[in-house]
Design a binder for this molecule. Structure first.
Ligand code: FAD
Length: 392
């Protein structure tokens, strides 16, 4: 049953949309989430499924992002133990590796420091006698192997668990419901959407545009237009192959361009990702490219050579939303941006970019920015404390 009036209408049920729904409902607000296809149907089902600080972001000095993500990782390990699990990560260093042992050691020391030196953040250098147990990892020219820990999740289940927590607190989800038009007035916003082949209208105090790669498209449907989003979509592909990894996740350097590539256990198979290619098309039509699949399979085979070069069983591509810039996507800032139509009393807030890992912190920040436009409320919970259960 759709009501006529809400405090907040959220467009998109990816991790950011459901995260804001949970935070808003916990603060006692009435919330409606509109999702055009299914929970996590967009980027939130196509991530690398890591709940991590992002070791590689230290190279681009994104220290506050890494610190926040490590803090959120620690919290999610407690709140969602069925869904977020610590996994050993291995970084092999070869004669040809661009990031030498001193650099990796320095990076891991900083990572450990940013994780408040928690026991799970300590790293080791493996003894040579342990190398043969590393799932067939190439031993030729191997100089050293580092082991540290980060966490893995199921991005779809995590998104569903957060939405389920939001619904328990009173949030409503409408799916499949496609937002079609919004108008911002002085005191409220009109929201139009299509649901069950019918045009529906409701009123909200504020609108949150959490449409991920569709963020610009949704923005254009809201009047008056106050600003343009200067963003770029960057495609990242993963491939799934037959095989099994018993030790954990391998953090490798792609031979052609030295980018980081993860080789991960995934449902008794192996997931390899990811790539980064600027994408200009319709977000709904993004597909893995033959070159990307080849790049990932070649990287895997270079480091796990005793089997034949594998074939991909399947592949999927997701879209990162990054600020427009000349530089390589790999080096661009990954911090989330919150764009408001009005800094003092926003009626529209758009979430641009961000990390699966930091969704809860992002949602808290969204609520903080929206507070001046919302009435006083009675809190029903605190997202620092709300457990997240496996929805299956
Ligand atoms: C390849 C790749 C790997 C990544 N790996 C990681 C990782 O390992 N760890 C990590 O922390 N982060 C990772 N990220 C980042 C993370 O996945 C994203 O930041 C996050 O999933 C974005 O979520 P979102 O809710 O903003 O967008 P989305 O998940 O795309 O959700 C947007 C939703 O809006 C809906 N929508 C759009 N238009 C409308 C409309 N008109 N009406 C109704 N609904 C609409 C869509 O259907 C969609 O479900 C990765 C990103 C990529 C691309």
């Amino acid at each position: 049953m759709i009501d006529k009036q809400y405090d907040i209408v959220i467009i998109g049920a990816g991790i950011h949309g459901v995260g804001v729904a949970q935070a808003a409902a916990a603060q006692g607000y009435s919330v409606l989430v509109l999702e055009q296809s299914a929970i996590a149907a967009g980027t939130s089902s196509k991530s690398s499924k890591l709940i991590h600080g992002g070791l590689r972001y230290l190279e681009t000095a994104q220290f506050s992002l890494v610190k926040e993500c490590l803090r959120e990782r620690a919290l999610l390990l407690n709140l969602a133990p069925e869904l977020v699990k610590l996994v050993p990560f291995y970084i092999p260093i070869y004669k040809h590796t661009r990031r030498g042992p001193w650099k990796i050691r320095a990076g891991l020391m900083l990572y450990q420091f940013l994780a408040n030196n928690s026991p799970s953040s300590r790293f080791q250098v493996l003894d040579k006698s342990e190398w043969p147990a590393l799932d067939g990892l190439q031993q030729k020219d191997l100089l050293s192997v580092f082991r540290y820990h980060d966490a893995q999740t199921d991005d779809v289940l995590l998104s569903k668990a957060v939405m389920s927590s939001a619904e328990t607190l009173g949030a409503q989800l409408c799916v499949p419901a496609r937002f079609t038009q919004g108008t911002i007035h002085k005191t409220h916003c009109d929201v139009h959407f299509e649901y069950e082949n019918t045009s529906v209208q409701c009123v909200a105090k504020v609108i949150v545009n959490a449409a991920g790669p569709w963020v610009s498209e949704v923005q254009k449907k809201i009047s008056p237009q106050r600003f343009n989003l200067n963003i770029e979509l960057v495609q990242g592909t993963h491939v799934l192959i037959e095989g099994q990894l018993n030790q954990g996740i391998y953090y490798l350097e792609a031979p052609h361009d030295q980018r980081a590539v993860f080789v991960m256990p995934w449902h008794q198979k192996i997931l390899i990702g990811t790539t980064e290619n600027v994408y200009y098309g319709n977000p709904a039509e993004v597909k893995p490219l033959a070159d990307e699949i080849e790049y990932l399979l070649q990287t895997y085979h270079r480091y796990f050579p005793q089997t034949q070069k594998p074939d991909a069983i399947s592949a999927f591509a997701g879209l990162r939303v990054l600020p427009m810039s000349e530089g390589s996507p790999f080096k661009r800032k990954r911090e989330v941006q919150l764009l408001l139509d009005n800094e003092d009393k926003p009626k529209l807030l758009s979430i641009v970019g961000g990390k699966l890992t930091a969704y809860r912190a992002t949602a808290e920040r969204v609520m903080h920015r929206l507070k001046p436009s919302l009435p006083p409320s009675l809190a029903r919970g605190d997202t620092h404390l709300l457990p997240l259960n496996d929805p299956t």
